[in-house]
Design a protein around this ligand. Structure first.
Ligand SMILES: NC(=O)c1ccc[n+]([C@@H]2O[C@H](COP(=O)([O-])OP(=O)(O)OC[C@H]3O[C@@H](n4cnc5c(N)ncnc54)[C@H](OP(=O)(O)O)[C@@H]3O)[C@@H](O)[C@H]2O)c1
Length: 323
């Protein structure tokens, strides 16, 4: 039976599911089936991006679910992101339209600026998704688009109905404050890395004070990055193995993954876990049916190390510490 998840009301009145499905590193070969099965299981939000290289396949899963009568388009909350190479204002609308065509839908529910970094334009005919390197190898070339000009282009995307909400990802406090000086449409959602090793209470407070919902990614901390060959320091155990997380899991008869997701949602942060496994995908959706105690929430928050795993420097891109 499909599991229901609660919604968060955004500052423009739109409703966003509190738990969604992340599409980064979802294999192309299985992506359509994974999305279809996720919809069958109860997922309604899909967190995609140009950079994940699987928007066509994700859209095929959506189309099949609609065709089979599992859902209608309006039941879904489809999210995508603007890649760094498309920050120039005149490139924004064309690439949004290409991404919509890839998904096979005519609007996104939410469209983010993926990173606050402008890279030199690479035409989709040359390479898609373009990735970080202008030559597809190892050469970084920065673009000339200011974040203000890119945000204004996203505002136009929303005004034209191509996205119902717009947001930013990987912005820290200073960039948010700067954005408030020029935005005529406030971002609806801020998407950031968020887990017990990177608690970011100040940033959550700033977002809340300004009516911006927060979605946390990489809720399991290092788990997603060891797949990318990242090495962990000896004093940084996997969160699934951490005694504090395991203790809470045992106390509630839940898995460590469910504890990590519940810790986030109890802090007011929406989550978008990714899994290539049907069993784990199902378990990750069932994370709002129990409550951690206040003491448990605080003990888990106490694991904070201000440790960021999604820093491009950690995977060989030498120049950014964007948050
Ligand atoms: N805005 C950004 O810059 C940004 C950056 C990173 C991620 N994101 C978004 O956030 C989503 C989630 O983040 P993420 O993909 O980094 O990582 P994540 O969801 O924190 O972790 C995924 C890892 O955890 C494993 N896993 C999933 N559920 C599990 C469970 N119940 N028990 C044990 N292991 C489990 C997965 O393996 P299996 O697949 O084998 O289950 C995978 O190794 C992404 O897919 C993407 O949509 C956004």
């Amino acid at each position: 039976m499909a599991i229901d998840t609660p919604f968060v009301e955004l500052n423009n009145g739109n409703k966003m599911p509190q738990v969604g499905f992340g599409l980064w590193k979802v294999d192309n070969a299985t992506c359509a089936d994974t999305v279809y099965n996720a919809i069958k299981t109860g997922y309604r939000l899909f967190d995609g991006a140009c950079d994940y290289g699987n928007e066509v396949e994700a859209g095929q899963g959506v189309a099949r679910a609609i065709k089979d009568g599992l859902v209608e388009r309006e039941d879904l909350f489809i999210v995508s992101k603007l890649w760094n190479s498309f920050h120039d204002a005149e490139q924004v609308e064309p690439i949004v339209k290409k991404q919509l065509a890839d998904w096979g839908v005519d609007y996104f529910d939410l469209y983010y600026i993926h990173f606050p970094v402008s890279l030199k334009y690479v035409a989709p005919e040359v390479r898609y998704p373009p990735g970080w390197f202008v030559d597809g190898g190892s050469k970084i070339e920065h673009g000339k688009a200011s974040l203000e000009s890119t945000w204004k282009a996203l505002e136009e995307v929303q005004k034209k109905g191509l996205a119902k909400s717009i947001g930013i990802s990987n912005y820290g406090g200073a960039l948010l404050l700067d954005l408030f000086t020029y935005a005529t449409i406030k971002p609806a959602v801020l998407q950031i890395e968020h887990h017990p090793y990177l608690v970011q209470q100040d940033l959550l407070t700033l977002a809340k004070e300004n009516g911006i919902a927060v979605t946390g990614y990489s809720s399991f901390g290092p788990q997603s990055f060891i797949e990318c060959d990242m090495k962990l320091a000896a004093d940084t155990p996997l969160l699934f193995d951490h005694p504090v997380i395991k203790k809470a899991a045992e106390a509630h008869g839940k898995t460590p993954a469910q504890v990590l997701l519940r810790w986030a949602t109890q802090r007011g942060v929406s989550v978008i876990p990714k899994s290539n496994s049907q069993g784990r995908l199902q378990q990750n959706l069932d994370v709002t049916s129990f409550d951690l105690t206040q003491e448990e929430v605080e003990e888990i928050s106490g694991l904070d190390k201000n440790l960021r795993f999604n820093a491009p420097t950690n995977y060989g891109i030498p120049v950014y510490n964007f948050a």
